[in-house]
Design a protein around this ligand. Structure first.
Ligand code: ZN
Ligand code: ZN
Ligand code: FE
Length: 760
C-alpha cells in the first residue's frame, strides 16, 4: 500500500547537508516526494510503500549529518499523488523565521585533503569549504540561509562550482559559501600602511614576514587575528607593547594535536575538545621547558592552545612549519575584534607590520571561544565562535525576552519558546567600540531570529551601559534583575532545575540590593525571588574602581580590618614595602568613607591575599591576581592544610569572617612559608568554610541542591575541591558547563528571572 506523509523538521537543518542527506535516504529506498527549506527548518513530503516510508521516518534522525541538530519533528498524512521522483525544491519565505543558523565550522577532513592535493582543482585554495564545514553565522545577513542572503552573494559561481552546488549527490550541494580559485574570494597582502603589495602568493609572503619576527594581521572567520611566531620572545614582546596588552595571556595556535601535546598536558576530554569542529581555545596545563616564549602566558599554570580551523591557517602552517603562532584578537587591548579590511587597517595601524586580508565580508564579529576542563567536565569561559548561535534548550516555554547582560564580558540573550539564544562574547562595555558591537549584536540577533522581545531584562547597576540602554528603550516592559540572583538563575537554567536552591554566587563585583558592592553571596533562590542568606563580611573598597586595579589597596583594607591601624608594624614584607604615606591615605579614606564603599566581594578577597603575600600589587587585566594566586596554589605539594575563617550570624544572615584568615597568613609569612603553600591553604580554607556554610543553610532551609556560579568558579582549584566536599556531604551540586560561570552567563539568568517576574 502506498502512503504519503509530510514531515516538518525544525532545528539546525539548513546549511549543514541535511537536504542531500534526505535525498539519499529517499532515493536509496526508491521513495518519491520532495524536500524544501522553510523559514522554520525543512519540510519533507515522502511517498511510497508504507513499510519503506516508516523506515525512512525512523531513520531520519538517526543518521543525520554531524552538524545537524533536529529539535522537532511534526508528521501528518497526506493524500498520495503522481510524483515519479524525489526532488529538492527551492526555499520558501514568508512564514515566521524559525530555522536555526549553524555556527561557523572548522574545515572538514575531506576539504583539508583536497586543499593539500596537487591534483585537486582547489589545491591550496584558501576558501575551500563544503556542506560539512566553513563559515555560516559570520557571513549571514538574513534567513533562510541561502547564498543571496550571505556575504557570498557578490561572488557568482563558475560553471564547475554551480554544477557541484546543484548536484544532490555532491558534497557541495547547496553549500552556500561554495567557491574556487576561479570564482571565489581571494587573499591579498598589505603592508603596514594598508597598501596592497603585488605578489603571486600572499601566504608565502605572510609566512616570510612571520618568520622574520613581524606581526601579521590575519583575517579569519569572525575577525582579524594578530599573529607572531610564539617562540620568538622579541616578537611577542613587541606585540604586547604595541597592543598595550601587558600581562594578559595570549593564545597560541599549533599545527596539530601532536604539537599541542608537546606543549601541554592533554587528557582525553581536552583532546576531544581541541579537535572538535568548534575548535575552541582550550586552557591546559603547560609543560615545563617548552619553546614557547615566557611572555606568552606569564605567571600562568595554563596555556591557551588551539588548532587551525580555516584553510588559511592550514596553509600558513604547511608553508611556515611554525611550532606555534600567537593568534590573538586583532584589536587594541579590550576593544572588540576588527572585522572589516579598512577598519582593521585603521585600528591596527601601528600594531601590524603587514595584513593578510581577503574580500569575503565578515558580517558579525565573533571571537574565538575559550574553554577549560575542570573537575571532569569542559567549562565555557568565553562562548563565541563555533557555539553561537546554537540555542540552549530550556525546560519551560518563555515569552520573548531580551536580556542585556552586565558590564564586563557582556553577552545578550534572546528567548523564544524553549530556546535561549546567548550571543557571542561582546566584551567590556566600557569603551565606545564595544558598545557599538553591543548594538550590532542586539540588532543582528533580533533580525536573524525574528524575535521581537516584549520584555527587556537588565542588571540593577545604574552605571552599566547595558542598564542605561535598557532603561532608554520604549515599547517593551522592563525587568531589573539583581546581579547574583541572575548568576544563580543562569546556573539553574543551564541545568534545567526549578524550585528553590542554595546558590553560591562568588565574583568580583555586582550591585547589591543594599547599595553595597556584593560579590561573595550565599542566596536561597528560585527564579522568582531570592533571599540573601549569607555573605562574606563587609570590608572597605578604598578607591572603588582603583581598588580593583590595585590589589595592594585591598591588602591594606583587609590588614586594617584584621589588625587595626597599626598593621604597618606587623613586620611582613608587604608592610615593609608599602609606603607609609600611601597607606595612611587609604586608612583616612576608609575611616571617612570617602569613595570607599563596603564590599563582600570574593574576587577582592583573592586580590587582598595576593597583595599581602607579595604576589601582585597592581593588575594589568581583570582577575589577574586571582589567576596567579590559583597558579601558585596548584604549584604547591598537595595537602589538606587549610586556613581558618569564622562563621557568625548577624540578624538573619550568616557571615564569613576573614580575620582568622589574615592572622594565619601573617603568621605563615613571618615563618617564611612559601607563597605556593600559603595559596594552597587559602584555597583549602575557602572550600572548607563554604561547605560549612552550605551545611548550615541546608539545615536551616531543608535544601540539598546547590548551584555554584560567578566568575570565581572559573578557578579550577576552588571549584574542584568545593564540588568534592559538597558531594561527599550529600549535596546535589550544579555547576556551569555550556554557559560561562562569569558575567558572560549573566544574560541567560536575567531572562529566566524576568520571565518568572512576569508570571507573578
Ligand atoms: Zn568540508
Ligand atoms: Zn568556482
Ligand atoms: Fe558577576
Amino acid at each position: 500500500m502506498q502512503i504519503r506523509r509530510e514531515i516538518r523538521v525544525t532545528g539546525i537543518v539548513q546549511g549543514v547537508g541535511f537536504r542531500p542527506y534526505v535525498f539519499r535516504l529517499a532515493t536509496e529506498r526508491g521513495l518519491t516526494g520532495n524536500i524544501s527549506n522553510t523559514p522554520a527548518g525543512v519540510t519533507i513530503e515522502i511517498q511510497g510503500p508504507a513499510a519503506l516510508v516508516e523506515e525512512f521516518s525512523a531513520q531520519l534522525s538517526i543518521d543525520a549529518p554531524p552538524l545537524a541538530r533536529i529539535m522537532g519533528l511534526a508528521i501528518q498524512d497526506l493524500p498520495c499523488n503522481g510524483d515519479a521522483e524525489f526532488r529538492i525544491a527551492g526555499s520558501h519565505t514568508g512564514e515566521a523565521v524559525r530555522a536555526l543558523i549553524s555556527p561557523d565550522v572548522a574545515i572538514c577532513d575531506e576539504c583539508l585533503a583536497e586543499l593539500l592535493d596537487p591534483a585537486d582543482r582547489r589545491h591550496l585554495y584558501p576558501f575551500i569549504n563544503c556542506t560539512n564545514c566553513g563559515p555560516r553565522f559570520t557571513i549571514v545577513r538574513n534567513i533562510p540561509y541561502d547564498r543571496p542572503r550571505t556575504s557570498m552573494a557578490v561572488f557568482p559561481m563558475c560553471e564547475e562550482c554551480r554544477a557541484e552546488y546543484e548536484n544532490p549527490r555532491d558534497r557541495r550541494f547547496h553549500a552556500q559559501p561554495n567557491a574556487c580559485w576561479k570564482c571565489g574570494p581571494q587573499l591579498e597582502l598589505w603592508d603596514s600602511q594598508g597598501q596592497n603589495v603585488e605578489c603571486s602568493d600572499p601566504v608565502a609572503e605572510a609566512v616570510a614576514r612571520l618568520r622574520s619576527g613581524e606581526i601579521v594581521a590575519i583575517k579569519g572567520l569572525g575577525g582579524f587575528h594578530l599573529a607572531v611566531d610564539a617562540t620568538n620572545s622579541a616578537a611577542v614582546d613587541s606585540l604586547r607593547r604595541r597592543k598595550h596588552r601587558f600581562g594578559k595571556p595570549l593564545a597560541v595556535m599549533v599545527q596539530d594535536l601532536k604539537m599541542a601535546e608537546a606543549f601541554c598536558e592533554i587528557e582525553q576530554q581536552a583532546r576531544a575538545a581541541l579537535t572538535s569542529h568548534q575548535r575552541p581555545i582550550v586552557l591546559l596545563p603547560k609543560k615545563r621547558g617548552i619553546a614557547i616564549a615566557d611572555a606568552v602566558a606569564p605567571g600562568q599554570n595554563d596555556l591557551g592552545i588551539f588548532l587551525p580551523y580555516t584553510p588559511v591557517h592550514h596553509l600558513l602552517f604547511a608553508a611556515g612549519q611554525f611550532p606555534a603562532l600567537v593568534m590573538t584578537s586583532g584589536n587594541l587591548s579590550e576593544e572588540p575584534i576588527a572585522i572589516d579590511n579598512r577598519e582593521a587597517a585603521a585600528r591596527l595601524s601601528g600594531i601590524a607590520d603587514a595584513y593578510l586580508p581577503h574580500n569575503r565580508e565578515i558580517l558579525l564579529r565573533c571571537d574565538d571561544s575559550v574553554i577549560k576542563p575542570i573537575a571532569g567536565r569542559v567549562r565555557q569561559f568565553r562562548r563565541a565562535r563555533g557555539y553561537v548561535p546554537a540555542p540552549l534548550e530550556l525546560h519551560n516555554d518563555l515569552p520573548s525576552i531580551l536580556a542585556v547582560g552586565g558590564e564586563l564580558k557582556n553577552t545578550i540573550c534572546l528567548t523564544r519558546g524553549r530556546e535561549a539564544f546567548l550571543s557571542q562574547h561582546i566584551g567590556d562595555l566600557e569603551n565606545a567600540e564595544s558598545f557599538k558591537f553591543f548594538h550590532e549584536a542586539v540588532e543582528h540577533f533580533q533580525r536573524i531570529l525574528e524575535i521581537h522581545p516584549e520584555t527587556i531584562a537588565y542588571d540593577l547597576h545604574p552605571g552599566y551601559f547595558s542598564t542605561k540602554w535598557a532603561l532608554a528603550q520604549t515599547g517593551a516592559r522592563l525587568a531589573g534583575v539583581q546581579h547574583h540572583h541572575a548568576h544563580i538563575a543562569s546556573c539553574m537554567a543551564e541545568n534545567g532545575i526549578e524550585g528553590k536552591v542554595i546558590g553560591f554566587a562568588l565574583d568580583g563585583t555586582g550591585y547589591g540590593s543594599d547599595g553595597a558592592v556584593w560579590g561573595g553571596e550565599a542566596l536561597v533562590a528560585s527564579y522568582a525571588s531570592f533571599e540573601r542568606a549569607g555573605h562574606f563580611e563587609y570590608v572597605s573598597l578604598p578607591g572603588s574602581a582603583a581598588a580593583i586595579r590595585e590589589p595592594w589597596r585591598m591588602g591594606v583594607s583587609y590588614l586594617a580590618h584584621t589588625f587595626g591601624k597599626d598593621f604597618l608594624g606587623l613586620g611582613i614584607p608587604f608592610t615593609h614595602k608599602i609606603e607609609r604615606k600611601k597607606s595612611e591615605t587609604m586608612l583616612r579614606m576608609m575611616e571617612r568613607r570617602v569613595n570607599s564603599p563596603l564590599t563582600s566581594s570574593c574576587g577582592r578577597l583573592f586580590d587582598g591575599v595576593a597583595a599581602v603575600i607579595g604576589l601582585r600589587e597592581v593588575v594589568d587585566y581583570e582577575a589577574q591576581a586571582a589567576m596567579e594566586l590559583e597558579s601558585a596554589g596548584l604549584a604547591a605539594p598537595k595537602d589538606a592544610s587549610a586556613y581558618p575563617f569564622s562563621l557568625f550570624r548577624e540578624g538573619n544572615t550568616w557571615q564569613i569572617g576573614v580575620r582568622p584568615l589574615f592572622e594565619a597568613i601573617v603568621d605563615d609569612l613571618r615563618k617564611h612559608t612559601p607563597v605556593e603553600t600559603i595559596s594552597l591553604r587559602f584555597h583549602n580554607g575557602l572550600a572548607d568554610i563554604l561547605s560549612r556554610l552550605a551545611g548550615c543553610l541546608r539545615d536551616e532551609f531543608s535544601l540539598r541542591r546547590i548551584c555554584l556560579s560567578g566568575g570565581t568558579f572559573q578557578n579550577g582549584f576552588l571549584l574542584t575541591s568545593l564540588v568534592q566536599k559538597l558531594e561527599a556531604d550529600g549535596f546535589e551540586v550544579f555547576t556551569h558547563t555550556q554557559v560561562p560561570a562569569g558575567d558572560g552567563g549573566l544574560s541567560l539568568g536575567q531572562a529566566l528571572v524576568a520571565s518568572s517576574l512576569l508570571q507573578n
